[in-house]
Design a protein around this ligand. Sequence first.
Ligand code: GLC
Length: 429
Amino acid sequence: MNRNALDQTARSILQKNDRGGYTVPTDRLYPYQWNWDSAFVSLGFAGDDRARAWQELFLLVEGQWDDGMIPHIIFRQDDPDYFPGPSVWNTPAGKYPTGGISQPPVLTSVVTDLVDSGDETDLAYAKKLFDQLYRWHTWWHHARTPEGSSLIATVHPWETGRDNCPDWDLGLDRMTASTDLPPYTRRDTSHVDPSMRPSDAQYDKYLTIVMAGRAVDWDQKRLTNEGPFAMYCPGLIFILHRADKDLKRLAHRIGKTAEADQLAAWIAATEADLDRIWNPDFKAFCARDVRSGAFADGFSNASPLCFYAHAGTQDQLLATLDHVHRISHKVGHLMPSWDPDHPAFESKRYWCGPLWPQMNFLLWKGLVEHHQTYLAHRTQNDLARAIEASGFWECFDPTDGSGCVGTDFSWTAALWLAWLSPSRKKAAA
Ligand code: GLC
């Protein structure tokens, strides 16, 4: 398909997935508002319609909990075709029912991107969102930091946005699935090819963690300290670190001095503790099980987000680049979500191999900011080629660029418009 036609298709996908001010990731498979999806989608609207871009974000923060968490899903209406829906999560009553965990806080950095590429109106919108964003950052640094750690951990693979990445096998292997799970029917595998989705055994464990959240009435600090699963995710840590820095810049600009000081303290504490996720044997930032201390032993597409976060020593950054170069020779399309040299690599199964558009975008930003021109070009151009050849899929097989899992996907369309299309307008560059 030629590039102008792709612009039109991308716009029509966003329109089709628009549910009146917020956008679903794709019809049927994901029929609600998802947290980091909406942040990326906002960038897609920003080139044509700034007000609509901000509306997406304002509707997302409507889901914020009293404790400050902005949840991963907002269930504005019940859709029996999705599992696990609001009755399974059973979270405390708020404006809308929501999921009980969060998702990577790209939202903050999207807000500051819109301010940087915009005008006074954008700054006014950002000011309105500031307090809610700050409360969310406070929540991460309090509710998700295990005893003695300045790095945040996660309680559920879904919170990382990288659902079934082999990174989580360590934590999942340590837990046992509850034997009292109510009988359930997965809906995801009736919408898409089951061989591209997580396994049933993994699903039982995902639900066991949901039940553990319910058992502590969604007290998030307790879930972090006592829940069945606790792992450090380089993706979450690096995305929050970047977001802390971006929010600090915004805080200074709008005169929120005390908040800027607190953000500076979190930034320094994260930097001082970063070796906690440096795997010295594998020489990369890796996921790590909080309780056993064991490291994951493969390179995921979250590992190199140290560039996006501007974190790590020169030696750590150089070793990370060596991994990316190694992998760049193994696949036709950078950046696979899991290491092609690892036995758990599967080129079409969700987070076990496929390339993910939003992860490429974050990686590309970090590489550009570090003047890594060749690899930056690969992360951008390899994805553009896959979209041109296959369309707007949820993710892509990194070996041949064919599309995987969901079709007509919102973040793929949005990032095409904001970042990949030759005719893109200022929003994300
Ligand atoms: C899947 C993805 C997650 C995404 C969601 C909606 O769960 O792993 O990252 O936010 O789908 O697109």
